[in-house]
Design a protein around this ligand. Structure first.
Ligand SMILES: Cc1ncc(COP(=O)(O)O)c(C=O)c1O
Length: 381
């Protein structure tokens, strides 16, 4: 087993074997459903991880910031979907990416953005490729498939002499799937996501707009869809690591979760049954995503250094750099001996994207065993 002692904690540990299993599972599923797969790289923000997703068969990537586009272009990836509706102040940044060789797709969901982006393309001599965001579950942003606004936005995308902004397709993200937890409800949500997004594409086609791409996806729906007729590509992000929220939704088991935070015991309050660690909310993030699920894991699920769950330890309180673990086992246990100062624990995160974002690098437990590897990740905008 890879040696973990002597490391400065807290740090992010990544189990490469579990991650590769998650990558292969999703890619097999997408191949079986006959769709192209475009992973959302906001989860890892790490070229080493994304290279493995592409090697498994993914086509292009999805990003949530233009910084991700910059970083992945530098890593040699140039088929990029920026899947957040673009703000006008980012048009020039998008243009720089296109001119640097990125096959960039942008997202709009308003007539104003469509008009401004078209004008920007015309004035600068380029053609922005655009998706319209479709709302299939009233979770967040986008336009409902039966809303006349959909065709108005498409109509506001203009090209002149090959310059401007061109409609390339429609995109939706069924984030409503995160609050579900039965296979039946998840399959129904996946079907709703598929059917409504295809409906949006068909309405646009009927109004005379070419709409080549129909892009859907979230980890729960991608893993629950029975058919993806009419869909051309699927996006998913958190599946690469999985987390406690996804286990609560029911699309993975705890044994699939590839990410943990390694921390050290730094003190005790024996009368209260508290074990204090150096992983507070700064190391875990403030994300309490399991709070609304059947099992609330507090700030994460506590495991021993080998990754085995310790059911009697609950991580209910966190300060910035202190984790407070509550011993709920036999009150006669001497917790200062069982978990001495310096002992290592591992915490499974509620939300892998949020916890990863608190760290600069992944410390990778290699599939083949041996020394820990360090894979850099980036943050910011
Ligand atoms: C537009 C879009 N697509 C895809 C995803 C991936 O979702 P998940 O992390 O559930 O796979 C997200 C996540 O927020 C998203 O915002």
């Amino acid at each position: 087993m890879t040696q973990l002692t002597g490391l400065e904690t807290p740090l992010l540990l990544l189990d490469e074997q579990r991650m590769q299993h998650n990558i292969d599972r999703m890619q097999r599923r997408m191949n079986g459903l006959g769709v192209s797969f475009r992973p959302h790289v906001k989860t890892s923000k790490c070229p080493e991880v994304v290279r493995r997703q592409l090697a498994a068969g993914a086509h292009g990537i999805t990003v949530s910031t233009l910084k991700e586009a910059d970083e992945f272009l530098a890593a040699g990836i140039n088929d990029i979907l920026y899947a957040v509706a673009i703000a006008p102040a980012k048009f020039d940044h998008a243009m720089r990416l296109s001119r640097a060789g990125v096959q960039l797709t942008l997202l709009v969901e308003s007539v104003a953005a469509a008009q401004q982006l078209s004008r920007h393309g015309m004035e600068n001599g380029l053609c922005h490729e655009v998706f319209i965001e479709v709302d299939t579950d009233h979770h967040r942003s986008g336009i409902a498939p039966d809303d006349p606004l959909l065709a108005q936005v498409a109509g506001a995308l203009r090209t002149d002499g090959g310059r401007g902004a061109r409609l390339k397709g429609v995109m939706t993200h069924a984030g409503g799937s995160y609050s579900l937890n039965t296979p039946e409800a998840l399959a129904a949500m996946a079907e709703q996501e598929r059917a409504r997004c295809v409906e949006a594409a068909n309405r646009l086609r009927a109004a005379g707009h070419a709409c080549e791409v129909v892009s859907v996806g979230s980890t729960p729906t991608a893993l629950s869809a029975k058919t993806l007729a009419g869909v051309t590509e699927v996006r998913a992000g958190v599946y690469v690591f999985f987390d406690l929220v996804m286990a609560g939704v029911g699309v993975c088991t705890q044994d699939d979760i590839a990410l943990t935070v390694l921390c050290s015991v730094i003190g005790h309050q024996p009368q209260a049954g508290w074990i204090i660690t150096d992983a507070g909310w700064m190391a875990m993030s403030r994300d309490r995503g399991t709070q609304s699920q059947a099992h609330d894991w507090g700030y994460g699920m506590v495991c021993d250094a080998s990754g085995r769950a310790i059911a009697q330890l609950q991580f209910g309180e966190a300060n910035q750099e202190h984790g407070v673990l509550q011993w709920t086992g036999d009150p006669a246990t001497d917790i200062t001996r069982r978990f001495p100062v310096g002992a290592l624990l591992r915490i499974m995160p509620n939300h892998a994207c949020a916890t990863s974002a608190q760290h600069q690098a992944y410390h990778v437990l290699p599939q083949a065993g041996g020394e820990l590897e360090r894979w850099e990740r980036f943050g910011g905008w």
